[in-house]
Design a binder for this molecule. Structure first.
Ligand code: HEC
Ligand code: HEC
Ligand code: HEC
Ligand code: HEC
Length: 129
């Protein structure tokens, strides 16, 4: 009888463990920004919890990040929210269109500097896991 209870307790702890592990793995995927276009990475992927970030930062206009340009002019009221940055920004810059790494860094950091809020040091975004 005691033996059976033991096995039951072990079984329950294993189930709990597996559940907790998969829940935290899901949570982490949304918290980091993995961009396939870079290929192998030099740094740990940057932190970016899309919806939570934009809510906390109180950014209402999607086009503030998901912009659309036509002939070098920003198109007001239009957004490219259905596309990744890498759809337009190639690894190397093209004219005024910054290369992919610079695109992220310029957009992310310049707002943090301007608002005096949010990380600007490498290790604050590229956090080791
Ligand atoms: C602070 C900047 C920022 C704001 C504001 C923002 N996004 Fe994003 N969004 C991103 C970044 C960065 C990605 C990842 C793009 C990538 O993978 O290159 C992304 C990805 C997405 C994607 C997935 C696109 C894809 O196919 O790869 C969707 C959909 C999206 N955002 C919708 C929205 C909507 C809707 C809003 C407004 C309510 C919004 N975003 C506001 C930065 C932002
Ligand atoms: C539909 C194509 C397209 C998408 C998608 C796009 N960009 Fe751009 N981006 C451009 C073009 C074109 C320019 C150059 C504008 C000019 O001629 O000055 C530009 C310029 C920029 C610049 C420099 C000017 C500025 O606004 O500070 C940054 C930074 C930038 N993009 C970041 C991003 C990021 C980050 C994303 C993803 C969230 C993104 N872009 C998505 C087309 C795009
Ligand atoms: C238009 C302004 C703006 C842009 C663009 C922006 N941020 Fe932020 N970010 C903020 C503000 C404001 C905060 C501080 C929010 C707070 O804690 O009140 C912040 C906070 C953060 C934080 C701290 C944790 C958190 O979620 O609050 C991280 C990480 C971050 N930003 C990453 C990014 C990345 C990566 C990008 C580019 C893809 C980006 N941000 C683009 C305004 C911006
Ligand atoms: C505000 C957040 C932020 C800060 C600060 C920041 N980065 Fe990034 N960085 C990003 C984002 C977002 C990307 C694109 C997603 C990714 O790969 O992490 C990126 C991409 C990169 C990449 C290309 C992908 C790779 O890992 O090979 C390198 C290299 C890089 N950053 C280095 C740096 C260095 C060095 C610093 C400090 C001088 C720095 N970053 C500061 C957000 C940031």
């Amino acid at each position: 009888m005691r033996h059976k209870l033991h096995r039951y307790i072990i079984f329950c702890s294993v189930v709990l463990c597996v559940t907790l592990c998969s829940v935290s793995a899901f949570a982490q995927e949304d918290t980091y920004l993995k961009v396939d276009a870079f290929g192998s990475l030099e740094r740990p992927v940057s932190m970016f919890d899309h919806d939570a970030h934009n809510e906390k930062a109180m950014i209402e206009d999607c086009a503030e990040c998901h912009h659309v340009y036509e002939n070098g002019k920003l198109v007001e009221g239009e957004s490219s929210e259905d596309r990744g940055c890498a759809d337009c920004h190639t690894l190397k810059a093209q004219g005024n269109q910054p290369g992919l790494r610079m695109a992220y860094h310029k957009q992310c950091k310049s707002c943090h500097v301007e608002k005096k809020k949010g990380p600007v040091a490498c290790g604050e975004c590229h956090v080791k896991r």
